[in-house]
Design a protein around this ligand. Structure first.
Ligand code: DGY
Length: 323
C-alpha cells in the first residue's frame, strides 16, 4: 500500500513536521537526520522522488533536479528565503517551489530590533567583560553606546519583515526611511510612516540601517566598501537578511577602523563560518542565524512547509507558492 504513495525526501528532522502529519499521504525516503543532510545523500535519495522538503542549508540545483528526474513535483523550503533553490530552473521544469512566509515575520522582526538595540548599547562587549570578572563597579565611562530612541532608521527591503520592523521603530519615536526597488504606494507609506530614499541617501542619513532584502543577483554584495563609507561613523548596521548581501571583509575593516559604530549580524556569507575579522570585532554583536527561532514560529514553519508539500502532491494549490 505504502509503495503507492509518492516518495518524498525530508532533509532534516524539523519542528512541526512529524511522521503523523505525513503518514498515509507520502512515503518518506529515509528518516530525516538531526544534522543537515550531506549533499551526496540527498543526491542518492533523489531518484524517483516526488517532493523534497528542505532547509536553507540544502542546495536544490540543476544536478539535483536531474537526479530526481521527471517525478519531482515540489520543493518545499522550510524558510522564507529561497536563495538555496534554483527557482528559474524549477519553473522551467514545472516543479513548484514553496516557502514559509508570514509565520516568521514577527519573530524575525523582533530579532532584528533586538540586534539593533544590542549593537547600539554594546550588549556583547559589556556582557563579555562581566563574565570575564571585569565588572568592578558602576563606571561612568564604561560601554557608552548610541541612543536608539528618536534616531533615524533606514530599512533596506521594506517587505513583510521590513514593515514589521517599521511598526516597532514607530514605538521608539524613530524617523523611518526605506529603500526598495520601487517606492510603495503613498497610502502604504503613510500607514507605516516611512519615507522613500535612494540607497546611497538612506545610508548617509540613517543612524541605523537594517537589511531585510531577499538574496538575489541584484542584492548580492549590495553593502560593500563604498556603501559602508557612506554611512555615518556613529551608525549601526544590522543584517537579518542573508550574509551574502554584505561584503564581510569590508564590514570587518569598517568596524576595525571605526568607520561605523557597530554591527548586529544574524547571517553570514559562508555559514556556519564567520569571518575572523568579525569574530575579532568587539563592536559586532554576532548571532547564529536565529531570526525565526521561537518554538512557536518553527512549529508553524514546519506545518506550513508540510501543508505546501502535500497540497502540490494532491493536485491542489499550495498555501505559499514562490513560482
Ligand atoms: C528564512 O526563513 O529564510 C530564515 O533565514 C530562516 O528561518
Amino acid at each position: 500500500m505504502s509503495s503507492m504513495l509518492p516518495k518524498v525526501v525530508v532533509t532534516r528532522r524539523l519542528p512541526g513536521i512529524s511522521g503523523a502529519r505525513l503518514a498515509g499521504k507520502v512515503t518518506v525516503a529515509a528518516p530525516p537526520p538531526d544534522a543537515p543532510m550531506p549533499p551526496e545523500e540527498l543526491l542518492r535519495l533523489a531518484p524517483g522522488t516526488s517532493g523534497i522538503l528542505c532547509t536553507l542549508a540544502d542546495r536544490i540545483d540543476r544536478p539535483l533536479m536531474d537526479a530526481a528526474g521527471p517525478s519531482l513535483k515540489v520543493v518545499s523550503n522550510y524558510a522564507v528565503g529561497v536563495n538555496n533553490v534554483d527557482v528559474a530552473e524549477a519553473t522551467r521544469r514545472g516543479i513548484r517551489v514553496c516557502n514559509t512566509p508570514d509565520v516568521l515575520t514577527q519573530a524575525t522582526a523582533d530579532l532584528g530590533f533586538a540586534l539593533m538595540l544590542a549593537a547600539a548599547r554594546k550588549f556583547s562587549e559589556a556582557e563579555t567583560a562581566l563574565r570575564a570578572g571585569e565588572f568592578t563597579g558602576w563606571d561612568p565611562w564604561g560601554f557608552l553606546g548610541v541612543p536608539v530612541y528618536g534616531g533615524t532608521l533606514g530599512i533596506v527591503g521594506l517587505g513583510k519583515i521590513g514593515a514589521a520592523v517599521a511598526v516597532r521603530a514607530k514605538g521608539f519615536g524613530m524617523r523611518i526611511l526605506y529603500h526598495n526597488r520601487r517606492p510603495l504606494p503613498a497610502d502604504r507609506e503613510r500607514i507605516l510612516s516611512v519615507e522613500y530614499r535612494g540607497l546611497d541617501e538612506l545610508l548617509a542619513e540613517s543612524d541605523f540601517v537594517i537589511l531585510c532584502v531577499p538574496l538575489t543577483p541584484e542584492t548580492r554584495g549590495l553593502i560593500g566598501r563604498e556603501r559602508l563609507a557612506r554611512m555615518k561613523r556613529t551608525a549601526v548596521l544590522v543584517n537579518i537578511a542573508r550574509g551574502e548581501v554584505v561584503d564581510e571583509g569590508a564590514l570587518a575593516d569598517a568596524l576595525a577602523e571605526r568607520g561605523i559604530f557597530a554591527a548586529g549580524l544574524d547571517v553570514y556569507e559562508k555559514e556556519p563560518v564567520v569571518h575572523p575579522g568579525l569574530l575579532a570585532a568587539p563592536s559586532a554583536v554576532l548571532l547564529p542565524h536565529v531570526g525565526s527561532a521561537t518554538a512557536e514560529t518553527r512549529e508553524r514553519m514546519g506545518r506550513l512547509a508540510a501543508e505546501n508539500l502535500l497540497a502540490v502532491l494532491s493536485g491542489t494549490e499550495p498555501f505559499s507558492p514562490v513560482n
